[in-house]
Design a protein around this ligand. Sequence first.
Ligand code: C2E
Ligand code: MG
Ligand code: MG
Length: 444
Amino acid sequence: MPRSFARSKANTDNSELAFTDSLTGLGNHRRFVDKIERLISDRADDPAPFALGIIDLDGFKPINDLFGHKAGDDILIQVAMRLHASMDSYSTVTRIGADEFAFLYPMVFSEDAAAEKARMLVEILSAPYDVGTRTARLSASVGCSLFHSGDETTDVLIHKAETALYSAKRSGRGAVVVFSQEMEEAAKRVTRIEQALRRAVSAGDVEPYFQPIVDLRTRRTVGFETLARWTDPDLGSVPPTTFIPIAEERGIIGALSQLVLRKAAQAALDWPDDLFLSFNLSPSQMVDQNTGLNILSVLGRVGLNPRRLDVEITETGLMSDPISAGKAIDDLRSSGIRVALDDFGTGQSSLGRLRDFQFDKLKIDRSFVATMLADRPSEHIIRAILAMCDGLGVDVIAEGIEQEAQAERLRQFGCVWGQGYLFGRPASAGATLSGLRETLRARA
Ligand code: C2E
Ligand code: MG
Ligand code: MG
């Protein structure tokens, strides 16, 4: 039992309570800050390093939802007891947020030693928890920072540990990261991109580019995929693989998506109306209840028929919250929008997704197409996907076709649609329209 529980009530004055977390009996955020401040002043004359860290429980919210809040509290108390039991007499552990704990190791002097200590805590927290008659498992991510010189403040040390924790969280569950200078640079760069992107989105400076999707039998264009393009005056051209994840993390994706969709839908009005427009949705948009309505309202304002729109989603977008994602897919489909599963074959449990959700199209990931001529397994996988989709009544688009031989082989296998540099690179709205006019003229 944490120390403060064992104290008698009479000894616990108000100031003590202000430093205590009432659920677990550990110190709270104020205690953590106070301990760091004291340690910094102790080290004024003798600046030996020390380590601190923040522990964040991975996936605690679903556990709370699944087992109930009472069980959630019980687990937090068990976490507190395990952490407390693992501290030596110099060290402190506190609870600084709902599912966040923090520790201070005055006698840990190096990055490696801090990481080792943190890994031990992750290990301790990974053992099963008793929840009534059931057991639950948790993992934890940890970000650490070290005090090295006299001029680091408490705020700086906590900020560094948070930056490291953020990086640990991004790399998956159960990771330990110790703050480094490169991480600071990377974090600053992300913030710079975020700020520039916010400005670009409100100024309307992100453009849709369009890449043709063709019928592999006739080579005629049947539609275009919208790919967002952004050039910042200072940062230069930033690829979507960089700015889309940042937009997602920093809550800009909704506004960005509306802007790009509006411009793309406007461009599509000038195309022959048997051509469809395909638009990528981010995973976080699949759990947002308003996504369907937002898309329909953009199409309504522009005047593009929802039957001309495909949305592309990835398996990651289905996995975080399958129930909301399923509802979003049903909403979109009931308004005439078709739903395509993008980058198929790169995610997890792909086959189950095809049974659980109703898709109109599936896009075979570029990695299979790139290796299909040289690599038997890729060829077999492509053929199996085509056979399976044929049975399910799902249309297939092969992505990333760069060579004539790939296109020909895919056609022989019965793949009807394809996309890739062989047929066209992503191009601006203007270039796309000129291209279409040329084709129409040539046909006339
Ligand atoms: P994606 O949806 O899988 O898009 C296909 C990517 O493959 C595009 O990269 C495209 O330019 C590239 N590509 C197409 N054909 C070929 C080929 O023959 N060879 C090679 N090597 N690459 C090819 P891009 O434009 O860099 O986009 C990357 C990803 O960013 C997209 O992958 C999509 O997930 C995301 N993205 C782009 N625009 C948007 C957007 O407006 N919203 C959202 N949520 N995501 C977007
Ligand atoms: Mg796509
Ligand atoms: Mg793709």
